[in-house]
Design a protein around this ligand. Structure first.
Ligand code: NAD
Ligand code: ZN
Ligand code: ZN
Length: 354
């Protein structure tokens, strides 16, 4: 039996590189040789035991690679082609998918919350030499020659998610948008707000590295939450409140601040992953009479979503590559987790090369 190296989750804070069987693609599946992947904040939740997955699972959900083998029933692709696969792999056939809710793909004749997220969640993931792509026909996107692996890999999750936060609101031409938290997700939301036509984009964080990157990704104004009264400043800059506030942390404080920074009738677009109890104070919601809207978004996936994001990079309208601050080989992946997890040395995203 052939084997491959993969990052395997064993227990809380117990994970690392192992030799595991190299998989073979079944019907409708593709096997890709991973050429680049990365570590997501959600992977940190997994290894710290905050998001449970089964022991023995290969983690990671952001793959770029070369098609190594195609299962029966996959047409229009060839071995050797370079492809991007989204973090979310919808089946394209179920009730949810065919209703346009691809991320909530239901694996059959049903809906299932977060059901489209399979890699490193319900099936083996991308932090490995090889990866089985399920429903390959719906999930393989060929990468144009002008787009590098490092540009493509961030489209799988953070760019798709962040930009979707602006699309879901939706941000309209001329809007004033404030983005709470400028981690990788929030930075892509900032870029997304600008791409959607906002006239004013405000990035909020407490970390100077990230505020500098916020400007680079399109923020007109950055607010250091440790130095200024963010809500007062947003009200002043927007003349009474933002049209759209994007939450990109997953905490009560930022959720509430996002709500409080809106004008009446504004939209809170939420991207963060929350835990425990999330409360909506009645006054922030104008007692329920403020015409506010709250929308939530799971990272959009599927081959058409990835194709569209690739065209943004190809046309020069968006470049996520500056977010990659560090590079590791797969053999050094635990070091990569440490640096990324502790945000050492200004780490934003780390690229992992198998
Ligand atoms: N919706 C989705 O599909 C999806 C996909 C991936 C990740 N996520 C979630 O998005 C969230 C953000 O992910 P990330 O990787 O960008 O996180 P991150 O931890 O890298 O960044 C968080 C940022 O928040 C800043 N911050 C902390 N407290 C703050 C406060 N009170 N106000 C403003 N900023 C503050 C930090 O300085 C940091 O820059 C997480 O909850 C993650 O799980 C959601
Ligand atoms: Zn992720
Ligand atoms: Zn489906």
């Amino acid at each position: 039996m052939e084997t491959m190296r993969a990052n395997v989750f064993r227990a809380v804070n117990a994970f690392g590189l192992e030799e595991v069987p190299k998989p073979l693609p079944g019907f409708g599946e593709a096997l890709i040789r991973v050429t680049l992947t990365t570590i997501c904040g959600t992977d940190l939740h997994i290894v710290r035991g905050e998001y449970p997955v089964r022991p023995g699972l290969v983690i990671g959900h952001e793959p770029v690679g070369i098609i190594e083998a195609l299962g029966d029933g996959v047409t229009g692709y060839q071995v050797g082609e370079r492809v991007l696969v989204g973090a979310i792999t919808p089946c394209g056939q179920c009730r949810a998918c065919l209703s346009g809710q691809l991320s909530q793909c239901g694996h059959g004749d049903d809906y299932q919350p977060i059901g489209g997220w399979r890699f490193g969640n319900t099936i083996n993931g991308a932090q490995a030499e090889y990866l089985i792509v399920p429903n390959a026909q719906a999930n393989l996107t060929k990468i144009p020659g002008t787009v590098s692996d490092e540009q493509a890999v961030l489209l799988a999750d953070i760019a798709s998610t962040g930009i979707a936060g602006a699309e879901a609101a939706p941000v309209r031409i001329g809007d004033a948008v404030v983005v709470f938290a400028q981690g990788p997700i929030g930075l892509c939301a900032t870029a997304g707000a600008k791409l959607m036509g906002a006239s004013l984009v405000i990035g909020v964080d407490g970390d100077e590295h990230r505020l500098a990157m916020s400007r680079r990704m399109g923020a007109d104004v950055v607010l250091n939450r440790r130095e200024v009264d963010v809500l007062a400043e947003v009200k002043r800059l927007t003349g009474g409140g933002a049209d759209v506030a994007i939450e990109a942390l997953g905490a009560q404080e930022t959720f509430e601040n996002a709500l409080r920074s809106l004008r009446p009738g504004g939209t809170l677009s939420s991207l963060g992953v929350y835990s425990g109890k999330l409360q909506v104070p009645y006054d922030a919601l104008a007692a329920g009479l403020g015409d506010h809207r709250i929308v939530t978004t799971l990272c959009p996936g599927g081959k058409e979503r990835m194709r569209r994001l690739l065209t943004l990079v190809e046309s020069g309208r968006f470049d996520p590559k500056p977010l990659i601050t560090h590079r590791f080989s797969l053999d050094q992946i635990t070091e990569g987790y440490r640096l990324f997890g502790e945000r050492l040395d200004g780490a934003m995203k780390v690229a992992i090369k198998p």
